[in-house]
Design a protein around this ligand. Structure first.
Ligand code: HEM
Ligand SMILES: *[C@@H]1O[C@H](CO)[C@@H](O)[C@H](O)[C@H]1NC(C)=O
Ligand SMILES: *[C@@H]1O[C@H](CO)[C@@H](O)[C@H](O)[C@H]1NC(C)=O
Length: 395
């Protein structure tokens, strides 16, 4: 019975590590725009998280009609501000842009108009150098959306230069006032390949998305998976005599590597936090700091461990187990908090939920199995009861 339970748990761990490595190789597929839904029933088969100004573009290229249908989503700089998306057929910046601008009219409805921006000083409402149809605007939850179908400036074209922007106010006459000149406002331009979805330019916004993903993967693997696996090993594997003292080394290896990966993840988190001004996720941040402190204590405590016979060992065990369970609970909680902030495609949240549920079920089964073993041992050798909490085979 013991050996079959041990091999079942070995198989389960193998399954988990396969899932983890799959997750790691596919992580680049993760983007926020994939989760955005629209009220119209049009089909947009591609989308991209644009590298600046927290904006997104969804599009559908109709190669027979030579048109591209788009949804541009961005938070206006203030609720009374404007958002704009443009194609620049002649250059790569604002000057020359053929732009769509949306803002909230005084009666509350969102207006979308076209503007010919021939230079930094000339923004004229009117026709563009290409046709635009089905223009519509929406505003909800702090995000404004521009819907439109745009004729491609050149026949057969698959790469365009896009320019986008957000501003804080609109004059009483209904023309957008100038935007800020922060790095994000000056970097919001670049080429877009309508077929492959590849975007170039736009500053370092993409590297920020990559950093967030790396941060998420490191922390989910460490605090969210390896630490709980290490605790399961320590709690259950030692009950099986065939495991010998192997559980101790496995447990140590698991927790020390989890700690190493976790510290790397923690570092990327601090870096991200210092880079995103204005946005504060204090709950996520504070739990992260608490986790780092607890786990550091835990690793230090390994080296200050009293001998098994020592009378202080009991207190050390209580402390070590308490801190260990606290790390597991806080770690899993913080992975979910992080997933909420990162708002990745729903499959990532489900993947983690599945992994953690499988671990939970394994723990539950092992809890029952080990209790049965311990109770049997007790009834066989009543003179020498097996103490479940004691680390018998620990070196
Ligand atoms: C509403 C009146 C607007 C004014 C007065 C204005 C003015 C300017 C000026 C003076 C610059 C150059 C800043 C510098 O190089 O230091 C600039 C840059 C920029 N503007 Fe605008 N802008 C306006 C609207 C827009 C709109 C609607 C868009 C979106 C299509 C836009 C997109 C950009 C972008 C991406 C840049 C940086 C890239 C470049 O230099 O071309 N602007 N703007
Ligand atoms: C709001 O005003 C704009 C013009 O400023 C007009 O085109 C639009 O139809 C109005 N919407 C409603 C709901 O009255
Ligand atoms: C946009 O403005 C420029 C400069 O005034 C002008 O030469 C160009 O023809 C205009 N484009 C359209 C489509 O009206």
């Amino acid at each position: 019975m013991a050996s079959s339970a041990a091999s079942a748990s070995a198989a389960a761990f193998l399954f988990l590590f396969t899932v983890i490595s799959l997750l790691m190789t596919q992580s680049h597929a993760q983007s926020t725009c994939a989760t955005q839904k629209f009220t119209n029933n049009k089909r947009y088969d591609r989308c991209s998280d644009l590298p600046q100004l927290g904006s997104y573009l969804h599009w559908f290229l109709d190669t027979t009609k030579e048109t591209v249908s788009i949804v541009f989503i961005a938070p206006p700089a203030t609720p009374d501000g404007w958002i704009s998306w443009a194609i620049n057929p002649t250059g790569d910046g604002m000057a020359g842009s053929q732009s769509l601008i949306a803002y909230k009219a005084s009666n509350g409805s969102v207006l979308v108009n076209t503007y010919n921006i021939s230079s930094y000083g000339s923004i004229v409402q009117g026709k563009l150098s290409f046709d635009v149809t089905d223009m519509r605007g929406e505003y909800s939850d702090g995000l404004m959306r521009i819907f439109a179908t745009v004729e491609l400036p050149e026949k057969g074209q698959t790469t365009i230069n896009q320019v986008w922007q957000v501003g804080s106010s609109v004059t009483s006459g209904g023309s957008p006032a100038r935007h800020a000149f922060e790095a994000a406002n000056l970097g919001s331009k670049g080429s877009l390949n309508l077929l492959s979805g590849e975007i170039a330019g736009g500053g370092n916004g993409n590297s920020k998305i990559n950093k967030r993903n790396i941060h998420g993967i490191l922390n989910a693997v460490s605090w969210g998976i390896l630490f709980p696996v290490g605790v399961i090993i320590a709690r259950y594997l030692r009950t099986f005599p065939s495991a010998g003292s192997a559980w101790f080394y496995l447990h140590g290896f698991c927790q020390v590597s989890a700690y190493a990966i976790g510290v790397a993840g923690w570092g990327t988190g601090l870096k991200l936090g210092s880079e995103s001004k204005g946005v504060k996720y204090s709950g996520h941040r504070n739990i992260g700091i608490a986790l780092f402190c607890l786990a550091t204590l835990q690793v230090c405590a390994l080296f200050l461990r009293p001998k098994v016979e020592h009378k202080l060992r009991l207190y050390w065990n209580i402390y070590h187990h308490g801190t260990g369970y606290a790390v597991v609970v806080l770690g899993i909680l913080n992975v979910f908090k992080g997933l909420h902030i990162l708002s990745p495609a729903i499959k990532w949240r489900s993947a983690y939920l599945i992994i953690i549920s499988v671990l939970g079920v394994i723990a539950l089964i092992l809890e029952v199995v080990t209790w049965i073993i311990v109770l049997r041992r007790k009834s066989v050798k009543t003179t020498k009861p097996y103490d479940k909490g004691d680390a018998k085979q620990q070196p």
